[in-house]
Design a protein around this ligand. Structure first.
Ligand code: FMN
Length: 327
């Protein structure tokens, strides 16, 4: 299968769907217009529907992709994807045959982002059309346990001819060429597209990304969802994480007890993140968005991949696509 033809792409590059408003219609539409795959991150269903229509209006001849971050997905999200006629759905952190069948029956191309051999086999068993092999160097939430280029050949072997995209560590055109040479059908970049004018990240968060010297793998921002994630250090991680990123006992316990509390996509993220302070060890998975108070940059999750260390500018989404494509 020619993935570029199937997804109406000019270049083998996808922008990761980054949830909660980081990758909204503005970013996905700009990426799609530039000929790559733009992906809307998870939003409450009504907002998701509006975002789908906005991307389609902005890039009418391009594919529209939606990220389904499964712990937060409800039946309505699937209905919105089907009703909104999206072209591609990307599953992350789970899935099942019922969800994949509902999407595929509506003609939606289903990709599953996975981090281990078992996850890859599960996703193909549900009927996914292809895989995204995530490496441990990736930004945001992590399923990856080894470097992306080490996991890629294993995922390709398991995929049995279905396309495998690589996610993690894509900052330059050379990174893209390396991934394609290693057999990836395309690449997925998150951090590079976070560092664009069109992403929804708070200005102070973008400044931290530009100045990034290191990242931390942790579970600190795990209230309601105590899963592994990669972030930039800030006052919260400095106060509550050990040198290896492991959260200290109090935030770990609070995250473990918080259970399914946060398993909703809050429609008023602003109100939730305003309750976070670096000295109070209750940290939700929310990231600071433009328009939120500046102090959220020290108390919110500054998701970033290791690639942030190698990216020193905030550019337009079109320029980011051109840079990665070597155009
Ligand atoms: C800020 C940020 C938010 C992310 N949010 C999501 C998400 O909501 N859903 C998802 O499938 N992946 C998410 N990811 C992970 C990406 O899909 C991808 O694995 C990662 O960005 C690749 O590594 P890179 O950031 O070095 O390009 C996120 C990544 C970042 C940087």
């Amino acid at each position: 299968m020619d993935l570029l033809d199937r997804l109406r792409l000019d270049v083998p590059i996808a922008q990761a769907g980054m949830g909660g408003g980081l990758a909204g219609a503005r970013l996905a539409g700009a990426v799609a217009t530039a000929g790559a795959l733009g992906t809307i991150g998870i939003l409450p269903p009504a907002q998701l529907r509006i975002a789908i229509d906005e991307v389609r209006a902005q890039a009418p001849d391009r594919a529209v992709a939606v990220n389904l971050l499964m712990p937060f997905v409800r039946r309505r999200h699937i209905d919105v994807c089907v009703g909104g006629g999206v072209d591609v759905a990307v599953l992350f952190f789970g899935g099942d045959q019922q969800v994949v069948s509902a999407l595929r029956d509506a003609g939606i191309f289903v990709l599953a982002q996975v981090g281990t051999d078992d996850e890859a086999r599960d996703a193909l068993g549900w009927g996914a059309d292809g895989l995204i092999a995530q490496g441990v160097e990736a930004g945001g939430h992590l399923r990856g346990t080894v470097r992306a280029l080490d996991f890629l050949p294993r995922a390709i072997a398991i995929a049995g001819g279905r396309p495998v995209l690589l996610a993690g560590g894509i900052a330059t055109g050379a990174d893209v060429r390396g991934a394609l040479d290693a057999g990836a059908a395309a690449v997925v970049a998150g951090t590079r597209f976070l560092m664009t004018n069109e992403s929804g990240a708070h200005r102070g968060y973008k400044e931290r990304l530009v100045d990034a010297e290191t990242t931390v793998e942790t579970t600190l921002f795990g209230l309601g969802w105590p899963a592994r994630h990669r972030v930039l250090p800030n006052a919260a991680t400095r106060r509550w994480c050990d040198a290896d990123g492991r959260p200290r006992r109090l935030p770990s316990a609070l995250n473990a007890w918080s259970g399914p509390l946060g398993r909703i996509v809050p429609s008023n993220n602003d109100a939730v993140i305003r309750l976070q302070w670096p000295r109070v060890p209750m940290f939700s998975p929310l990231a600071p968005l433009e328009g939120m108070p500046d102090r959220c940059v020290e108390a919110g999750a500054l998701y970033a991949g290791e690639s942030a260390v190698r990216i020193a500018d905030v550019v337009s989404a079109r320029d980011a696509v051109d840079l990665l494509a070597g155009r």
